[in-house]
Ligand binder design. Structure first.
Ligand code: URA
Ligand code: SF4
Length: 189
């Protein structure tokens, strides 16, 4: 219920200028009881049109990787973004827009209380793990904060541009599977 209220507040949000150009707010989707959260950067065109995260080409690739480690947005993960509205022309979100939007992510964390957080790409990793985090150098490493295990991998859009990096990212998903087996209680029921 609390989650539904947060969603309704977010869907009506006008806290930053992105509200003027968005079609739909992309709150996130998946199981609010999930032990695993996946965080991207910001909605793209398809996400803005449908109001759902990762439903374009990078989303299809993400779903392939998730399926490979027995995760599904219909069942045992929650997927969202740092910024909930699409930046025009897919420019990077600006720090003022992150700052306006990140309280929603913080509340999502507090309600879902994930055990594992997978950051997709630099923006999420630098915002959630460390400001100077290098995805190319440090992807797949685990950082524990207050009992929550954070890791990052290459953004699926980057993998579509540089397919030769796919094995690197796949290995990170396998590491997520192993961490789930180690610390989660109901993800693989
Ligand atoms: N890229 C992102 O970072 N998030 C989405 O939801 C879609 C593409
Ligand atoms: Fe509100 Fe976030 Fe959308 Fe800005 S990006 S209008 S803060 S929901």
């Amino acid at each position: 219920m609390e989650f539904e209220q947060l969603k309704q507040t977010c869907l009506a949000c006008q806290k930053c200028g992105l509200c003027e150009t968005r079609t739909n707010v992309v709150f996130g989707m998946g199981n609010p009881q999930a032990e695993v959260m996946i965080i991207g950067e910001a909605p793209g065109r398809s996400e803005d049109e449908q109001g759902l995260p990762f439903v374009g080409r990078s989303g299809q690739l993400l779903d392939q990787y998730l399926r490979a480690i027995h995760l599904s947005r219909d069942k045992n993960v929650f997927i969202t973004n740092i910024v909930k509205c699409r930046p025009p022309e897919n420019r990077d979100p600006q720090p003022s827009e992150w700052d306006a939007c990140i309280p929603y992510l913080r509340e999502q964390f507090q309600i879902i209380r994930p055990k594992i957080v997978l950051c997709l790409g630099r923006i999420a990793a630098q915002r959630l793990i460390r400001p100077d985090f290098s995805v190319m150098r440090e992807h797949g490493q685990w950082v524990e904060k207050d009992g929550v295990f954070f890791t990052a991998t290459l953004h699926p859009a980057a993998l579509l541009r540089s397919p030769s990096n796919k094995p690197l990212s796949y290995a990170d998903f396998v590491a997520v599977r192993e961490k789930i087996e180690e610390i989660c209680t109901h993800t693989y029921d």
